[in-house]
Design a protein around this ligand. Sequence first.
Ligand code: AMP
Length: 187
Amino acid sequence: MNIILLGPPGSGKGTQGALLSARTGHPRVSTGDLLRDAVQAGSPLGQEAQGYMERGLLVPDEVILGLIQEVVDSPEAAQGIIMDGFPRTVAQAEAVDRLLAGRGQAVHAVLTFEVAEDELVTRMLGRAKQEGRSDDTPEAVSQRLAVYRQQTEPLLTHYRERGVVIAIDGVGGIEEIAGRVAGALGV
Ligand code: AMP
């Protein structure tokens, strides 16, 4: 199963992706986590990405597409993958489709976690205190939400046409939401 988690920042994608990974045995891959590791390591990828991430902007597709190819084509993902935080643009979605098609697979489901905007902001600013993420400042948070609406939400149209979008109510306890996800996917 190839599953995309496509909610706005703060909607619980990471948490639910980890639980879904444990349940299905498919790896959860987060481009955000990979980029944060690259920034930490000071690698060329990290150096290119850092400024965009701190401002709450998307890292350009030219930089991200290679990373996506690496993770989707990795042996661990051969039986299925849980994509957390990508694709985020139409070009990235097309790349994912092409890479999966290359091994006779497709996207099975796109989960969107529905959470009201004010709740998202509260969650992200709370997380900033706990995790110290440099892009959880009030400015970066509102920028990231705007970028999600403008650049990522339109992908839903791309996937709705194929009938693979599943909307999940993203408000409630972690286990409760995980139950909704498992029920919707039949896993
Ligand atoms: P996330 O942890 O998924 O919220 O990602 C944190 C930040 O990393 C985003 O605000 C972007 O700057 C960058 N990022 C992560 N994934 C992508 C992606 N697929 N395309 C472009 N930028 C990304």
